[in-house]
Design a protein around this ligand. Structure first.
Ligand code: NDP
Length: 317
């Protein structure tokens, strides 16, 4: 093993509320944490609008601004925050050997995994074909392009309700396509959505394919073909934009075969703890929480992970 490999006490993978909170605590405990931000620095909150339920912001705060402030707090205590992602990790022995996407190798005494979750896709070929050309999984990122246009949102959870409500403010019309005849979204979200005059529900329906056209060197969405799962009826809805909001999947691929996870890929931690089945490896935030999935619970578990990493290192000494 080369002597030039960087050695760190605490490697934090991921930069959402869990990762940054872990960084604040680990840095204040003199663990000199090194954080790899991942493909989406700041995590899922950077693609939301208003956050109204994080304590300390009585008037609410924009998600990206909140993440920038948490980042500044982590930097204040000298967290080494880096661009890029960890693409490989060997958890079979301590110190754990990780490799970043720029080829850099790191030996870490402890690892805090806060890689979160990413949007799920339907898996239609046309969804891929028009991704970025009218198909999106983030209304707050791309909604602006559909000002006064017609869009569709797929899904029936809080994300779908939130995205559709957001789009309804910008777009001429919003179809919400849901595979059942009742929403999973919270009652408050449902109420807000269903009273919007330019929102039309397409119940009991699934998208079969997205249609589009070539526009010069570019492409554009023109419609979506939906099937009513009860009647079998197929219809074409003319739209300009198609937003997928059907939930998320945990970003746990690089830990497969190394850490215990459930069937969906969420990491399993010990009760009342962020400890994974590998001593010295902790998991915080959405990567290990499929129940609450809130910024504040992610931050809380990030704090726990840093405290547990600190105690783990103290016990080793
Ligand atoms: P959910 O898992 O709650 O909802 C996913 C929705 O997509 C469901 O309605 C589901 O249908 C539908 N769906 C799933 N797979 C498919 C598919 N292949 N084809 C068609 N439809 C599909 O995910 P969300 O992202 O909405 O929410 C995740 C968590 O985050 C929840 O706990 C939610 O409360 C929370 N959240 C909170 C917000 C807030 O408080 N501001 C905002 C956004 C999310 P079905 O209902 O039939 O299963």
């Amino acid at each position: 093993m080369s002597d030039s490999i960087e050695k760190v006490k605490c490697l934090i993978i991921g930069s959402g509320p869990a990762g940054y909170t872990a960084a604040i605590y680990a840095a204040r405990a003199d663990l000199h944490p090194v954080m790899y931000q991942g493909m989406q620095p700041g995590g899922q909150l950077t693609i939301t609008t208003e956050v109204e339920n994080f304590p300390g912001y009585p008037k609410g705060i924009q998600g990206p601004q909140m993440m920038e402030e948490i980042k500044q707090q982590a930097e204040r205590f000298n967290t080494d925050i880096r661009w890029g992602e960890i693409v490989e990790i060997d958890l079979s022995k301590r110190p754990f050997k990780a490799k970043a996407d720029d080829g850099k190798e790191i030996l870490a005494e402890t690892v805090i995994i806060a890689t979160g979750a990413s949007a799920k896709w339907l898996g239609l070929p046309s969804e891929q074909e028009y991704n970025g050309y009218g198909v999106s999984a983030c209304a707050t990122c791309d909604g602006y392009f559909y000002k006064d246009k017609v869009v569709a949102v797929v899904g029936g959870g809080d994300t779908a309700a939130e995205e559709a409500s957001y789009l309804a403010k910008l777009s001429k019309k919003v179809y919400v396509i849901h595979r059942r005849n009742e929403l999973r979204a919270s009652k408050a979200m449902q109420k807000r959505l269903l009273k919007l005059p330019n929102v039309e529900m397409v119940w009991d329906s699934i998208p079969k394919e997205i249609t589009g056209k070539q526009e010069g060197f570019s492409k554009a969405v023109t419609g979506v073909i939906v099937e009513n799962v009860k009647t079998g009826e197929i219809k074409n809805i003319e739209i300009d934009g198609f937003f997928v909001a059907i939930g998320h999947q945990p970003n746990s691929n690089i830990f497969k075969g190394q850490l215990e996870m459930d069937d969906a890929g969420y990491l399993i931690t010990a009760p009342d703890s962020t400890a994974t089945n590998v001593p010295g490896v902790f998991a915080a935030g959405d990567i290990q929480d499929k129940i609450y999935r809130q910024a504040v619970t992610a931050a809380g578990s990030g704090c726990m992970a840093a405290l547990e990493a600190e105690r783990f290192l103290a016990d080793q000494d």
